[in-house]
Design a protein around this ligand. Structure first.
Ligand SMILES: Cc1cc2nc3c(=O)[nH]c(=O)nc-3n(C[C@H](O)[C@H](O)[C@H](O)COP(=O)(O)OP(=O)(O)OC[C@H]3O[C@@H](n4cnc5c(N)ncnc54)[C@H](O)[C@@H]3O)c2cc1C
Length: 466
């Protein structure tokens, strides 16, 4: 509990306009995209690294939990205050401090919207490739904390591959700088890499140095449709093996297609069972050649059709439809359990076939879509919480999905992290020794366990409030 005297001290740090304490205001920060509800005791919006440090020193002195939060678009409950305490939102730390065109890097604060950074880099002819489907509303700080991926990862990698250095306020209130502003650097342990993907459990990131690359001169988007889902999933690995070099290779199963059919710029034949959304980028001549190769390769793999976006707005429409899949999934059922598993690319057909069998066994719609070029499939178990049978079946589905994924040599999460929702399952992937070492690291960073407690390595959270 944060008592009124301590709350006054919190207010003294950030100023009255930047502290929310009313029930209505706190409710707005009680959930993320995982749809769990845990109302924090207060919500603070610090305006500087020093203010963040003062808040964390207070949290240590008076032992209250602190939960970092960007835009709250995380899908695993990482930004919710499962043990109460103070939510610290980064939206005021939202400056792009530098786009260095000589050294190909950007220095940003964590509350910058990812899409804004991408646009600012593009103005200078530079490219920040990580492209989570939420890029137009999530923050860079949240991306770093989750090691976000997205559709461009098949060619360009994930957020981790672009983070050169960080300014971090440790849970004790100490401020450290990690990493470098140079192309290389190996002095000391790689704390940057440890902090990337640490889901707000090891500190609050207040500044980020990011690597940029050259903006590709041209890009072209294609949509290939298949009447047989296994042909589509087999084609993913074959495209990569044929060295066709897509910069995006997304998969949509039939249920996913039905959710966004109206948003697509093309009429899709009714017998279509699966789609591959493909993109190539680079020099215009090279793009033209590779589009032709991709088109004929997909037809050779029995694609029923291959359509090319005729213009940038048409390509944008295709991507909009793909990016709206997550919210559009609620057309199927009012609730979902959303997993983002990864398997070796050659085993995607086995994963998707197993999920189809599971869907029939449990009599629940389970959608598969996502970044197939990385083997990263979003498996969405759709159900109605008010129906006992469906709720129970959905509960069983998650462990069964993870069991299949582990048998295929895969991982429980490619980009969404563990947070609260996957915490009960991490023993399916990590050994006891690895968990024990991780907990010792956590203790070294956060001796009083005030930093986002209850996430990743903790026992299952108490049931969410209705
Ligand atoms: C429609 C939709 C599509 C999505 N598509 C993708 C996708 O393609 N790829 C992908 O990877 N993800 C995707 N996501 C998930 C989500 O957008 C990402 O995880 C994103 O990185 C979260 O950013 P955020 O600002 O919303 O962070 P939040 O949800 O606010 O926080 C996420 C985690 O980061 C921590 N955190 C936030 N800021 C900081 C900070 N400054 N310092 C330390 N810790 C911090 C929080 O404590 C929490 O644990 C999608 C989500 C939605 C709703």
């Amino acid at each position: 509990m944060i008592n009124p005297q301590v709350l006054q001290k919190v207010q003294d740090v950030v100023g009255a306009p930047h502290l929310l304490t009313s029930q209505e205001d706190r409710l707005c920060y009680a959930y993320d995209a995982a749809n769990l509800l845990h109302v924090p005791e207060a919500v603070a919006f610090p305006g500087s690294t020093e203010e963040v440090a003062s808040l964390l020193r207070l949290a240590n002195e008076y032992r209250f939990p602190v939960v970092p939060r960007g835009a709250g678009t995380g899908t695993t409950g990482g930004a919710v205050a499962v043990q109460g305490g103070l939510v610290v939102v980064t939206t005021r730390l939202n400056r792009i401090l530098e786009i260095d065109t000589d050294n190909f890097l950007a220095v940003v604060e964590p509350g910058v919207i990812t899409g804004h950074l991408k646009a600012a880099a593009a103005k200078e002819g530079l490219y920040y490739p990580p492209d989570p489907s939420s890029a137009s509303f999530c923050t860079i700080g949240g991306n770093v904390a989750e090691n976000a991926g997205g559709s461009a990862a098949v060619k360009y990698g994930v957020t981790r591959d672009y983070v050169l250095g960080l300014k971090v306020v440790l849970p004790t209130g100490q401020i450290i700088d990690t990493g470098v502003k140079t192309a290389k650097g190996v002095v000391g342990y790689d704390l940057t890499r440890l902090l990337v993907g640490s889901e707000g459990t090891l500190g609050i990131i207040t500044r980020i140095i990011l690597r940029l690359v050259t903006q590709p001169a041209a890009r072209q988007t294609l949509l290939a449709g298949f009447s047989d889902i296994s042909r589509a999933t087999q084609t993913v690995g074959r495209i990569l093996k044929a060295r066709l070099g897509p910069c995006a290779l997304e998969f949509l199963d039939r249920a996913s297609l039905e959710c966004v059919r109206d948003l697509l710029p093309f009429d899709i034949p009714p017998q279509t069972q699966a789609l591959l959304l493909l993109e190539v980028d680079g020099h215009p001549h090279d793009v033209r050649d590779r589009v032709e190769s991709m088109d004929s390769f997909c037809r050779g793999q029995e694609a029923a059709f291959v359509l090319a976006a005729a213009s940038a707005p048409e390509a944008e429409k295709l991507w909009q439809a793909r990016k709206l899949l997550s919210p559009a999934s609620f057309k199927l059922k009012p609730h979902k359990l959303s997993e983002d598993v990864v398997v070796p690319i050659s085993l995607i057909p086995d994963l998707v076939a197993s999920i189809e069998i599971l869907s029939r066994e449990l009599d629940l719609p389970i959608m598969c879509f996502g970044h197939a070029g990385d083997g990263n499939i979003h498996v969405n178990v759709m159900y109605d919480q008010q129906q006992d049978r469906e709720r129970q079946a959905a509960g069983q589905a998650v462990e069964k999905i993870f069991t299949v994924v582990r048998e295929l040599g895969g991982t429980l999460s490619g980009e969404h992290g563990v947070g609260l929702t996957k915490s009960p399952y991490i023993g399916m992937e990590l050994s006891e020794a690895a968990i024990a070492l991780s907990l010792r690291l956590k203790k070294a960073f956060d001796p009083n366990n005030i930093m986002n407690p209850g996430k990743i390595f903790s026992p299952p959270a108490p049931p969410p409030s209705p």
